[in-house]
Design a protein around this ligand. Structure first.
Ligand code: SF4
Ligand code: SF4
Length: 365
């Protein structure tokens, strides 16, 4: 074990599934089964990806069927699952209600009595081995969990290229503090260092990844839906992200979080695959974000700007989230002062109408 208590000889289990055929018990059996991670009576946080108020079929959020099947597994051993995430934008009860409602979680909660988190408080927490940050605010719903099961969605990400298990724990930081970190850690390397610092104090006990209906292209909100039909599990977030790269033929050092994990010597020595092996289920046509850099594309680093389009409905969500406060609504469309834009793509990420495209457009101001 290293100072982060990470198993450097982990197992990653991979299955082909749909939201109807998913069998969590057989997926995690080679890892020792659910009782290897959760005890009777534990309050278990299901850290889902609830980026914004988006219907499940858009592949932006962890699918409610996926969450339901995991929750049932926990209920079977008399532990208590509850669902939590800090979506993009302000972390308020009103926003959580909207996100839970659109993503199908209110129905799930009503049907199975699974608790949805509405506690928007947070506490300052030390990060003893932090490289980029030594203290941060962490949401109460995370701090108060007995155990954490992370349920990331397999997606691309315009800033960090992929959002997988490592990045899923960024949703433990309350609302607009996340946007503030975008402004503070502008370069991908610095942002990845910060993400790994956060993961070092929020490491989940188990990760079960929803890679069934995934997202490629300009994710994490406006990309294209891709049917990969995969579910993956591990107790090691670095191993599961490396497994995804292997399946999708992505060079892991091109993903800033994995590159930083390598620098910190957190890559596993060896990954064991007791079920499917990535080499047998290669997916060769996965479309990376248009912002992917030269390590992955062999081309010059693209300089993409967020460009609001005609379908903007002036909802103002991008105005609230922009860390540089350079977006305003003018004549019913979002307008951006590009002279101060740091290209963090928070506006692109928060727009649930897919009205902000990333383009090489020549900017005049
Ligand atoms: S660009 Fe999107 S988030 Fe911004 S105001 Fe328009 S619709 Fe809302
Ligand atoms: S306009 Fe968009 S990309 Fe530019 S700083 Fe604001 S949120 Fe970030």
């Amino acid at each position: 074990m290293n100072k982060e208590n990470i198993n450097l000889n982990p197992k990653v289990t991979i299955q082909k599934s749909t939201y109807e055929t998913l069998e969590i018990d057989s997926l995690i059996k080679p890892l020792g089964g659910i009782k290897n991670f959760i005890e009777k009576g534990d309050r278990v946080l299901l850290k889902t990806n609830l980026l914004n108020a988006s219907e499940p079929e858009k592949s932006v959020v962890t699918h409610p069927n996926f969450i339901k099947i995991v929750a049932k597994e926990i209920l079977q051993i008399d532990a208590i699952p509850y669902i939590g995430d800090s979506p993009s934008g302000p972390f308020t009860k009103r926003r959580l209600e909207k996100v839970y409602s659109k993503s199908g979680l209110i129905d799930l909660s009503n049907e199975f009595g699974i608790e949805l988190n509405y506690d928007t408080r947070s506490k300052k927490v030390d990060i003893p081995n932090g490289k980029r940050i030594r203290k941060t605010s962490i949401c109460n719903f995370v701090i108060e969990a007995d155990k954490i099961i992370s349920l990331p969605k397999l997606k691309t990400h315009s800033l960090m290229i992929m959002t997988l298990a490592i990045k899923n724990m960024y949703g433990t930081i309350p609302g607009l503090i996340k946007a503030r970190y975008h402004s503070k850690f502008i370069r991908r390397k610095a942002f990845a260092e910060m993400l790994l610092d956060i993961l070092s104090i929020t490491k989940p006990n188990l990760i079960i990844m929803d890679g069934i209906m995934a997202m490629e292209g300009d994710g994490p909100a406006g990309g294209k839906i891709v049917d990969l039909g995969l579910s993956l599990a591990s107790d090691n977030p670095y191993a599961i992200d490396l497994a995804v790269c292997d399946i999708l033929n992505i060079q892991p050092v091109g993903i800033p979080t994995l590159k930083e994990a390598k620098i910190r010597k957190l890559w596993p020595n060896k990954i064991e695959y007791p079920l499917l092996n990535p080499k047998d289920i290669k997916y060769n046509n996965f479309d990376l974000p248009s912002t992917a850099d030269h390590i992955l594309t062999g081309k010059k680093i693209p300089s993409k700007y967020p460009i609001p389009k005609e379908n903007c409905n002036a909802c103002g969500e991008c105005v609230k989230i922009c860390p540089k406060k350079i977006i305003k609504i003018d004549k019913n469309i979002a307008k951006i002062d590009y002279s101060k834009c740091i290209k963090c793509y928070c506006c692109h990420e928060v727009c649930q109408y897919n009205a902000i495209k990333l383009e090489n457009k020549k900017i005049n101001n």
